[in-house]
Structure formats: C-alpha cells, structure tokens
Design a protein. Structure first.
Length: 275
C-alpha cells in the first residue's frame, strides 16, 4: 500500500465526516426502529458529533499509522460504553453496534477507493488499519462496562450493609447498635454514617454499642470505633459499650483507644437495670 493511498483515504474520512456520520446514524435508526429517541433532533445531533470524533481519529490513523491515536480510541470507546450503561444498554448490544459502524466505513472506503483507482488489496489493508483501532475501542467498551458492573456491586453491597445496621430503640432516648460479623473499610464508613443519622432521627441520647456478635477486632474495627465514639460525642450522644469479651477488652486497651470516660458494661440487661 502506497503512502498516497494512506493519505488519500485518511483525508477523505476526515473531509467526509458529516456524510459518514449521517450514514452511521441511519444504520442505528434502522437497526432500532422501536427506539424513538434515536430520531429526536437533539439526540441525532449528539450521535453525529460522537461519530465525527471517531472518524477524525480514524482518518488521522489511516493517514499516518504512527499517529498516536490509540489512547483517544480507548477513551472514545469508554465514553460510549459509559453512555450505553447510563441509558440501560448492554455490552452485547454496544458491541453489536460495532458491526454497523464497520459496515458504513467499509462501504465508504470501498466506494472511494474504487473511484480513486486503488486496488482491492490496498483497500483491504486500509480497513485492517481501521480494524486495529476498533479493537482498542472494544477494549474501551469492555472496560467501561467492567467499571460500571463493579460500581453496581459496590452500591448493592452498600445497600445491604445499610439494611444490616439497625439502631434498636430500647426506651425513650436510648437505643442499641448490635455489631455482628466482620467490619471492612466499606462497612466501616457506612456504619458511622448510618449510626449517626439513625440515632439523630430516633432522638437517641444514649447509644449502647453491643459487641456480643464480634469475635475479632482488627485495626479497621478499632479505628472505626474510635471515630464512631468521638462522632457520637460531638453530636451530643453518649456511647455505652457492652458485650466485650475478655480477649477483645485487651485489644481495646492495647490499641490506645481512650475509654476512661466511656461507660462499659457486661450486657444490655445490666444497663437497663441501672436505668
């Protein structure tokens, strides 16, 4: 393939970006006749601009394969992927649209190449270059969906954690926070946030933090308890600790956590009896 063929088709992709973008949009509209938003004027303009951006860096790469557009291709793919996620699209659907984009590009390059007297092997070589860019775009698509899936899992986990942090009212102005199981970084942050908000909403002035269901204290748990106790005091809530096992008590002491002004009792029942 000659440098002239490179330059010729690459420049035509850039110069004809409006035409090719319009044909890509038409392919999308024909493929999804039951999606009316693809025919809304504002959406059409946005889609065409997205395709024009694609066509510009495709043209630049075809003109000069040394042109560093791979990062831009990945970013473009990611941006489309995130848009698809936001619109409720699937990775399968997003990837299938690639075939529509390629179809328009192939028809354009073949037509223009034949008109300019290029041999079929030259046209094919140009399209192989374009396919390299599309492989990077596919990576961008997949990465966007992977990030979105991971974020969805974190949000789902956070929702579950919120439901698992009950503040149980015991009597007027007093409630209990029963701690159960392992506390990791995600749960620690939500634990503090939810405890403060729920205590305030329930008009809690004395909050019992019960450790009966906790069998291990690591640095994350100790740090969380330190922040929680200080935060409760700042908003006028008196923390009370119950249910500490002997081995956990030693960990509290060795951690340097200041408990001298915190009421500590063996059980919730003892606290209620003292009231």
């Amino acid at each position: 393939m000659t440098k002239t063929a490179h330059s010729l088709i690459g420049q035509k992709l850039i110069d004809s970006q409006n035409e090719v973008a319009a044909s890509m949009l038409l392919e999308i509209q024909n493929a999804y006749p039951n999606v009316p938003q693809y025919r809304e004027e504002e959406v059409e303009v946005q889609i065409k601009e997205i395709f024009k951006t694609l066509l510009v860096f495709l043209g630049e790469y075809v003109r000069d394969p040394e042109n560093n557009v791979l990062d831009r291709a990945k970013e473009w793919g990611e941006s489309i992927g995130f848009m698809s996620v936001k619109a409720g699209g699937s990775l399968e659907e997003t990837l299938s649209n690639m075939t529509l984009y390629k179809k328009c590009l192939w028809e354009f390059i073949q037509r223009e190449g034949v008109e300019d007297g290029l041999h079929m092997n030259q046209i094919t070589d140009i399209f192989i270059l374009i396919d390299e860019i599309f492989n990077i775009i596919v990576y961008g698509f997949s990465n966007a969906f992977s990030i979105a899936t991971e974020q969805k899992m974190i949000e789902t986990k956070a929702s579950y954690i919120r439901l698992s942090i009950p503040i149980v009212p015991l009597q007027k102005g007093m409630g209990v926070l029963p701690l159960v199981g392992e506390i990791d970084e995600i749960r620690a942050g939500i634990l503090i946030e939810e405890t403060l908000e729920k205590s305030k909403n329930l008009s809690i002035f004395h909050l019992i933090i019960d450790f009966s269901g906790v069998y291990l204290l690591d640095e994350t748990v100790l740090h969380t308890m330190d922040l929680l106790i200080r935060s409760l005091k700042l908003i006028g809530i008196t923390p009370i600790i119950t249910g500490l096992r002997p081995e956990l008590s030693l960990q509290f002491i060795n951690s340097g956590l200041i408990l001298k002004d915190i009421q500590i009792s063996g059980s919730i029942e003892q606290i209620l009896q003292e009231q």
